[in-house]
Write a protein that binds this ligand. Structure first.
Ligand code: AKB
Length: 318
């Protein structure tokens, strides 16, 4: 990776991945691709090059790739699970037509491509405990359908054209910088904001609903480590299970309450989010990622909670 383009650089993962890649590869070598209306701001804007890149426009992607001599594309453009259910056609257009554009440019210009999949690529018929790397993937959400297709299409371009495609299946990502929007796992970010603001948290997911989650520094590290991995060691490519923690709302609530004793939580279940959450794994088996490219998370629920509370108190001046 010498010259990198991030498509979706102002989103939850993109905003932090861009800065981390700039730290590791040099500011001028990492281009923040954004769509009009979601322009980069502050340090993201000032620290390096940016360009308008609409994933649904192949010519636009090609011209930015050529202009900046891009050799690696992180394609993060997607609608999250809840939004995708209300806009399925748009979810397909961005997730799959967009991916097709990225892969075509990569094939012609010789780029490597990272396009994340998700725990959403699994469905109710998948084994839910320690979900294996290779198993049933029959999701019934549009988000899941686009993620399974992402995995298959990325593998297709590798097998047929030799495009260096690689991906992980991200769990819910928790961060204190850019909030997520429209995901089923968003509650695990919102709960920290409520705790720090001194507000009662209204949880949309039922007690006992386990989902895999990950702190942002681990998620960034996974995306970068995988793209740096020795290709001869990769048996799998699209996409690797990765895991660091799995919890239900009560467990994260008590982890926070330990540090914020007055914190309160009540439940008001969102039926769509609950239906999606119930269809997702309780925990993933990430042995293949550990064996093939040395994946190892640094954070667990306790260390993430301490860091989240500290960073949010600083950010919200609480
Ligand atoms: C979502 O909830 O939609 C995402 C995901 C797990 O892919 N955070």
């Amino acid at each position: 990776m010498k010259h990198i383009l991030i498509i979706g650089a102002t989103g939850q993962i993109g905003s932090e991945l861009t800065m981390e890649l700039r730290r590791r590869y040099g500011n001028t070598n990492v281009v923040a691709g954004y769509i009009q209306g979601a322009e980069p701001k502050g340090e993201l804007k000032e620290s390096g090059p940016s360009a308008v890149v609409d994933v649904t426009n192949g010519e636009m992607i090609e011209s930015v790739v050529k202009e900046h001599h891009i050799d690696t594309i992180y394609n993060l453009a997607a609608l999250l699970s809840v939004v995708a259910e209300s806009k399925p056609k748009l979810a397909w257009k961005i997730g799959i037509d967009g991916l097709w554009n990225v892969l075509e440019v990569a094939r012609e210009q010789g780029c490597a491509v990272f396009t994340p999949s998700s725990i959403g690529s699994f469905g109710a018929s998948t084994p839910h405990t320690l979900t294996p790397q290779d198993t049933v993937q029959r999701p019934r959400t549009m988000y899941g359908v686009t993620k399974v297709t992402t995995e298959l299409l990325s593998d297709y371009y590798f097998n047929k054209y030799g495009v260096d495609t690689r991906a992980v299946r991200f769990p819910g990502i928790i961060s204190n910088v850019t909030p997520p929007g429209g995901g089923t796992t968003d509650y695990a970010v919102d709960i920290y904001y409520s705790a720090v603001k001194g507000e009662k948290f209204v949880c949309p997911i039922k007690e006992g609903t386990l989902m895999d989650m990950m702190y942002m520094p681990d998620a960034l590290n996974a995306a970068i480590m995988l793209m740096e991995a020795d290709p001869t060691r990769l048996i799998h490519r699209n996409a690797f299970n990765i895991a660091s923690m799995s919890f239900d709302p009560e467990t994260i609530y008590h982890a926070i309450k330990k540090h914020v004793p007055a914190f309160e939580m009540v439940y008001d279940i969102d039926p769509l989010k609950q239906r999606i959450a119930d269809s997702w794994p309780d925990s993933l088996d990430d042995t293949c990622a550990r064996e093939e490219w040395g994946w190892k998370p640094a954070y667990d629920l306790e260390s993430m909670t301490v860091d989240m509370l500290e960073k949010l108190r600083e950010k919200l001046k609480k």
